[in-house]
Structures are given as structure tokens and as C-alpha cells.
Design a protein around this ligand. Structure first.
Ligand SMILES: *Cc1c(COP(=O)(O)O)cnc(C)c1O
Ligand SMILES: [Zn+2]
Length: 385
């Protein structure tokens, strides 16, 4: 039997003011309220990656104790599919789709939950709770079941039915609320305070973003340890986008990327009916104001007041990126277009990314000689009600 180390290879500190935090049980920065980041010594290029077929292949970059067995369902290592037909329809050099629909429970949220639930289990918490626009709840329910931990999910009653059904099928307690994810967030916070359950809310829990980071690590490896020119991410709470940006910085620090490497331009894609980050970016702000009455059928984008607003705007500005929005009809059409041109069962969020990229190319914000990667973050099947 191997013994689990009690000395973490990482520390936690505030992403804004650097105030340190304990590695177990912390939520946001106690000094300024901003998200905490895990920090590691640079992982040198010669470090072997693990010979296993899930995202824990990247364990040297991950918050895992020596000897610890992660709570895993075979997440990550998703295909990067070349989409030449879409590239020529957009008029760009190259387009690939990173297809996150192939994760357990059908979205990239599995990546965050394998990391968060592994750490929550390590901390010995009595249970886990999450507010969700949908897919995070389904993913947490699955990883809770895998870990043998009780799970409580607060989700809007308007969440697509297949997602709500998955949450219940996995044995989680589902509370359907009359409101949006912001309202669910307040209820989850109160429930956690009352019961000692750990709150796995986006960026209020510091390890979900570490799982998201593997999308960036994996993409770089799939491209032969090079980065594309442009990353388009359908952004709600911001964890996916921020995780990928963090991944590239860590790869750069360890010498995994070519000499003189640069971050790709990040493109944040949002829906017309809920676009707090796109609006703040347009206004040149460093933080976002809450979006009143958020509405879009792309449930993952219905996040009116993301805690990651400052980090997202920083990533957009530092990478000379951009943001844009699409109408519901445009999202619907682009979702079918993405599916029919590639065979990927695109989620509306993925369709939104395609629509926003097209606008950015047409008005010259993204140049036509760019190599672009769109993240299809979820599965179309989850939205077919
Ligand atoms: C959660 C989610 C998003 C938004 O991701 P964030 O990391 O919260 O920005 C996009 N698409 C889908 C399918 C999602 O489930
Ligand atoms: Zn702080």
C-alpha cells in the first residue's frame, strides 16, 4: 500500500493581491474577495507526463498529493478536430474544434469536478454543494457518486431537462429554483454555511480551475507544444477561459513552449441576452457590472455576475484579445452549421463561439491568416428537450 503524502507541491494565494491561503478548505481571498490560484514551482520540460488515459496525465501540473488516487471517470484527452470546411467558410487559414462534448456527462465541467472533488475528498468534508446553470451540477453529481460523497445541486428550473435528469440519475439532491445561477449561488452559500458541506461554486472553489487548465495543457501537446494564434471560448463564469490562460503561463514558465512564445489572442463569446464580460470589455472596464434579467438558451452562458470578471478582462487585455455576442437565432444557426460541417454534436455554446469568431474575422479584429481553435464546451444532446 502506498502512503499519501501530506506535503502539497503547491500553495494557494490570491490571484489579485497575492495574500496566501490554506491549501485545504479555502474559498476566495479573505483580504479582497477575489479568486485564489494554486501556484507551483515551474514544471521543467523534462518532467515525464503520466502514462494514463485521462487528464491526470498532467499530474505534475495538478493539485494532487504524492500517492493520492484522484476521483476520476476518464475525463479529458478530448479530440482536436480539424475543420477545413468551416475555415474556408470563415475565410481563415486554419480552424480546429476542441470537442469537449466527449467528457463524462457531456461537458468540460467534468475536468473541473475531477480536481475539485479529489481535493474535497482529501479534505474529508461531509458533502459537496454547487449552484449551476446546468452542466456543472451534472458533472458534480457524477463525481460525487464516484467518490461516495453526498451532493446537493441548486439549479434554475429552466435548465434543460436532460441535464436535470442526469443530476437526479446520479443520486444527487436537486433543488430547482425560480431564478438564475446568481440566485442559486446565494442558496448554495447559505446551505454550505449551515451544514459544513463544501461549496464547489465557480472560482469560489480554487481547484476547479486547475482541472480546466488541462484543456490548455492538452491543446498545447496536441499541437506539438505550440500554441494557436486565437482561442475562442464561450464564456459564462470564466473558469474555462481563465484555466487555459493559466495553463499557457505555466507551460511557458517550465520551458515547454517555443522560445519567445506568446499567449494566443483570447476571444470571449457570449449571448446577446447575457453579456457582462463583452459589455465591460467594450467599455474598457477592469470589472463587470451584473447583467439584469439574463436570458439565453445557451445555459452555460447565463451567468449574470461572474466572480472571474477581473481575471477575464485581464486575460483579454494582456492577450490583445476581444469579445463579442450573438443573438439566439444566430447561435441556433451556427450550432447546426458547426455540427453539420464537422459531425461534432455541438452545444449552443459552441455555436455561439463560431458566430462570434465569424464577426471578429469579418470586421478585422481577427486576421485571416490566423490559426484558430474553438472550444465546443458541451453536447448538443443535453439541450434536446
Ligand atoms: C459552463 C459552461 C460554459 C461556460 O464556461 P465557464 O467556464 O463558466 O465560462 C460554456 N459552455 C458550456 C456547455 C458550459 O457548461
Ligand atoms: Zn486578495
Amino acid at each position: 500500500m502506498t502512503t499519501v503524502s501530506t506535503t502539497p507541491r503547491w500553495t494557494l494565494s490570491c490571484s489579485a493581491c497575492q495574500t496566501p491561503a490554506p491549501v485545504a478548505g479555502a474559498s476566495v481571498c479573505t483580504a479582497c474577495g477575489q479568486p485564489l490560484f494554486a501556484q507551483y514551482a515551474p514544471v521543467p520540460r523534462a518532467t515525464p507526463l503520466l502514462d494514463r488515459w485521462d487528464l491526470w496525465r498532467y499530474s505534475p501540473f495538478m493539485p494532487l498529493l504524492a500517492g493520492e488516487v484522484p476521483v476520476s471517470l476518464g475525463e479529458g484527452l478530448t479530440p482536436l478536430k480539424d475543420a477545413p470546411e468551416l475555415a474556408s467558410s470563415l475565410g481563415i487559414k486554419r480552424l480546429s474544434i476542441k470537442d469537449e462534448s466527449q467528457n463524462p456527462t457531456g461537458s468540460f465541467k467534468a475536468r473541473g469536478m475531477t480536481a475539485a472533488v479529489t481535493r474535497a475528498k482529501g479534505a474529508g468534508v461531509p458533502g459537496i454543494v454547487v449552484p449551476t446553470a446546468g452542466n456543472a451540477g451534472a458533472a458534480l453529481a457524477a463525481y460525487g457518486a464516484a467518490a461516495g460523497m453526498p451532493v446537493r445541486v441548486f439549479a434554475p428550473g429552466t435548465t434543460p431537462r436532460p441535464i436535470l435528469d442526469t443530476i437526479e440519475a446520479m443520486g444527487a439532491t436537486l433543488i430547482r429554483i425560480d431564478g438564475h445561477i446568481g440566485d442559486a449561488g446565494k442558496l448554495a452559500l447559505a446551505y454550505a454555511a449551515e451544514t459544513g458541506y463544501f461549496n464547489i461554486s465557480t472560482l469560489r472553489e480554487p481547484y476547479r480551475v486547475e482541472g480546466m487548465k488541462t484543456m490548455g495543457l492538452e491543446l498545447a501537446e496536441q499541437l506539438g507544444w505550440k500554441l494557436p494564434d486565437v482561442i475562442v471560448y464561450p464564456t459564462g463564469g470564466g473558469e474555462g477561459t481563465i484555466g487555459i490562460w493559466k495553463a499557457f503561463n505555466e507551460l511557458g514558465a517550465g520551458g515547454w513552449l517555443p522560445e519567445g512564445w506568446r499567449q494566443p489572442k483570447f476571444v470571449v463569446a457570449q449571448a446577446d441576452g447575457c453579456a457582462p464580460i463583452a459589455r465591460a470589455f467594450r467599455d474598457g472596464a477592469t470589472s463587470a457590472t451584473p447583467w439584469i434579467d439574463p436570458k439565453t438558451y445557451a445555459a452555460g452562458l447565463r451567468v449574470p455576475s461572474p466572480l472571474g470578471d477581473r481575471l477575464l478582462l485581464r486575460a483579454l487585455n494582456e492577450t490583445n484579445g476581444t469579445a463579442g455576442t450573438a443573438t439566439e437565432d444566430t447561435i441556433r444557426a451556427a450550432t447546426f452549421e458547426l455540427a453539420q460541417a464537422t459531425g461534432i454534436d455541438a452545444a449552443p455554446e459552441g455555436g455561439c463561439a463560431l458566430a462570434v469568431l465569424r464577426d471578429a474575422i469579418n470586421d478585422g479584429r481577427i486576421s485571416r491568416d490566423s490559426e484558430c481553435v474553438i472550444f465546443n464546451t458541451g453536447s448538443g444532446a443535453s439541450y434536446r428537450v
